[in-house]
Design a protein around this ligand. Structure first.
Ligand code: NAD
Length: 300
């Protein structure tokens, strides 16, 4: 079924996402506070709207792709916003990256005012948005997901329903936690290489071809701890040794290793947890024990 969509927030991500919906044959009524974004959208074949009310007027689905919590709250719940102007029963797909608690509260308020909402943030980049190859992490009712699925499929090539309301946005925040900490780890590592006199290009070539760069989540975790196998491919005791080597090198060279220092503390706790001889991926179990959730989750 072709839907008429009110699309609010036609920026770096929202602009291309709205164009993908147009390309899939949906009617898209777009609004952005920046008139240049609205004009560009109209040139691409979308309907330009003067405000949120106009974007909602004939929509059966409203999509928001806005910068921060306060913009989402204002657009959805403000006096000139979606709750005040959308048709009863309209499905709101909230695709921005905001605080999960805000998302849940906004969803509750929308429901109270006769609308439905899914949190459906996206992973990947503006280039993927232009290519219709985003990853959608959706949270909310199964029937809403089924209805939204063709719209998600127009914008993404990986669409996942994570569970009840709030689970999509929680997963997005968790995803970005890993992405941003990885940013620091990558910068720390390349700085250490530079201080050690190794050309950055050479360091990148090595790291892209070892587990260090290919990612624990892709390589070791699925085949070891997540498969219930703690027999050591590489035990935590040797991980502790290697991390100490890295930190000693960094200290000699004057390279800042913030994350490495924290990681060393954790590796140093492995004997106290009785896990020194287990595979390095048993680090997950140490953290789960510290968090009081050991054994609660399902494996792969
Ligand atoms: P952006 O700033 O490029 O776009 C946001 C748009 O919202 C802007 O065009 C702005 O004018 C508009 N806007 C702000 N307030 C508005 C209002 N009250 N009414 C109507 N329009 C309004 O940001 P973006 O990069 O497109 O990101 C949007 C969301 O997606 C953010 O939450 C971001 O964290 C998330 N995200 C971004 C990326 C990325 O790589 N850029 C990737 C995934 C998710």
């Amino acid at each position: 079924m072709k839907e008429t969509i009110g699309f609010i927030g036609l920026g770096t991500m929202g602009g291309p996402m709205a164009r993908c919906l147009l390309a899939a044959g949906h009617g898209v009524d777009g609004f952005d506070v920046d008139p240049a974004k609205v004009s560009a959208f109209a040139e691409a074949g979308g309907k330009a709207c003067a405000d949120v009310a106009e974007a909602c007027a004939r929509a059966s689905v409203v999509i928001t792709m806005l910068p921060r919590d306060e913009h989402v709250r204002e657009v959805l719940l403000g006096s000139g916003g979606v709750a005040a102007h959308a048709r009863p029963g309209t499905l709101v797909l909230e695709m921005s990256t905001i605080l999960p608690r805000s998302s849940l509260a906004i969803g509750e308020e929308l429901r109270r005012r006769g609308l439905r909402m899914m949190d459906a943030p996206v992973g990947r980049t503006p280039a993927d948005a232009r290519a219709g190859k985003l990853l959608v992490m959706a949270g909310g009712a199964a029937e809403d997901f089924e209805r939204a699925r063709p719209l998600f499929d127009a914008m993404a090539d990986k669409v996942l329903h994570l569970g009840e309301a709030g689970s999509g946005i929680r997963m997005k925040v968790i995803n970005n936690y890993m992405a941003m900490v990885g940013m620091v780890l990558t910068a720390e590592t390349l700085t250490l290489a530079r201080k050690a006199g190794i050309a950055t290009a050479a360091a990148v070539e090595v790291l892209q071809n070892t587990v260090a760069g290919r990612g624990q989540i892709n390589v070791n975790f699925p085949k070891k701890v997540l498969a219930g196998d703690l027999t050591p491919d590489f035990p935590l005791s040797l991980g502790h040794k290697d991390l100490s080597l890295g930190l000693q090198l960094g200290h000699e060279l004057g390279a800042p290793l913030f994350l490495g220092a924290s990681a060393l503390e954790l590796f140093g706790m492995a004997p106290a947890f009785g896990r020194a001889d287990q595979d390095c991926t048993a680090m997950l179990l140490i953290l789960e024990q510290l968090a009081g959730c050991l054994g609660e989750g399902a494996g792969l």
